[in-house]
Design a binder for this molecule. Structure first.
Ligand code: SAM
Ligand code: SF4
Length: 350
């Protein structure tokens, strides 16, 4: 570390509401072998391969961010296991643990997990979030355009090699809200933590409407028909930065991420980078900060590269808005068309 670097180890990123940033999500590709109705556009325009940041560049960015307070890195996509070299990237990130990084996680659709679980474990991955929206093979195919069985096999393999997992299930009215109880039963039987996610307006074709949202209350009502549901007290106050409100069903933990009806934006400590270097201070930020040039200059002989990246990021992160509802309100007042926002989950990574 040179002197300039050492001086800046103290400077952590914080927004105007005092929320320090401790979690970084890196999307390593926008490509995906699934076509989830709530995520992927019908006709995706993939990023060009030569526009993607290399793993080396991503590593230097992670190093830069860990020295400024990032404790947790989540690798996501698109489908992260579709990008060649991602296992090596996980292994490389281990070096940042001596600088303060505590967790390296991945979010995956699990289709290729059977093949990669052992290697990910050996590379030091700490945990996995796996998307699974239905246990009904026909419905699963309608939702994702892919088969359910490789996903279940991937989950089994991850468990067998000892990777801790959580399941994420996005619920959409008229599509899979009948899966609340089957998924809940399955999670209890398999002793896996499940989190239901309210459908957010981040689908590629902008078809989101509040009518499709299965709310936290509706999920709880459904769970109560079969389980004794209790809320974990510490998270009910919103005092942690976890996005999910935590409950127990018959004593088994379950989470609900209710960004639309009961959001946790007030404690958000996350920031995000897309595969081609666009930085988002919020999932719903109308504008990204394009950092491609600055990231490419990191670790170069250019002595001011860290300073200019730090200055750009500090200001952008400071200006992070309060959250989803605040941004919606502002855009409404300014009569801005939400659909002009070019943000979709397959690019942002969730
Ligand atoms: N392909 C991987 C996967 O599906 O797990 C990682 C990327 S995916 C974009 C990350 C997470 O975003 C998944 O858990 C997915 O269910 C969630 N997601 C995608 N679109 C969403 C939406 N419109 N609303 C809420 N969650 C969404
Ligand atoms: Fe692919 Fe994940 Fe989006 Fe589904 S949610 S289309 S698996 S990126």
């Amino acid at each position: 570390m040179n002197m300039m670097t050492e001086l800046k180890t103290e400077a952590k990123f914080v927004d105007q509401f005092g929320r320090g940033k401790r979690k970084l999500r890196i999307s390593v590709t926008d490509r995906c072998n699934f076509k989830c109705v709530y995520c992927m556009p019908e006709h995706p325009e993939w990023m060009k391969k030569h526009d993607l940041l290399s793993f080396e560049q991503l590593y230097h960015f992670c190093d830069f961010m860990v020295r400024r307070g990032i404790e947790s890195i989540r690798i996501t996509g698109g489908e992260p296991l579709m990008r060649q070299g991602v296992v090596h990237f996980v292994a490389q990130l281990q070096q940042l643990k001596k600088l303060g990084l505590k967790r390296i996680s991945m979010t995956t659709n699990a289709h290729y997990l059977k093949q990669y679980a052992q290697a990910l474990k050996e590379a030091g991955l700490d945990d996995l979030n796996i998307s699974l929206d239905s246990l009904d093979a026909h419905q699963f195919k309608q939702l994702t355009k892919k088969d359910l069985s490789p996903v279940l096999e991937g989950i089994q393999t991850a468990q067998a090699v000892g990777l801790p997992i959580k399941i994420n299930s996005v619920l959409m009215k008229g599509m899979n809200e009948d899966q609340i109880l089957p998924l809940a039963r399955w999670s209890v039987e398999e002793k896996i933590v499940l989190r239901f996610i309210e459908f957010m307006p981040l689908d590629g074709d902008r078809k989101w409407s509040s009518e499709y949202v299965v709310s936290e209350q509706q999920i709880l009502d459904s769970l109560r028909t079969e389980f004794a549901v209790t809320q974990q007290r510490s998270d009910s106050t919103g005092s942690t930065s976890e996005p999910a409100r935590q409950y127990f069903i018959d004593g088994h933990p379950i989470g609900i991420i209710s960004t639309i009806t009961n959001s946790f934006c007030g404690t958000c400590d996350r920031v995000r980078l897309t595969a081609q270097g666009e930085f988002y201070n919020c999932l719903f930020a109308p504008q990204a900060l394009n950092l491609k040039t600055e990231i490419k200059a990191l670790n170069s002989s250019e002595p001011l590269s860290e300073l200019s990246l730090h200055a750009a990021l500090s200001q952008y992160i400071w200006n992070k808005e309060y959250g989803f509802h605040a941004i919606e309100q502002r855009l409404k007042h300014q009569s801005m068309n939400k659909s002009s926002r070019k943000i979709s989950m397959h690019i942002l990574g969730g």
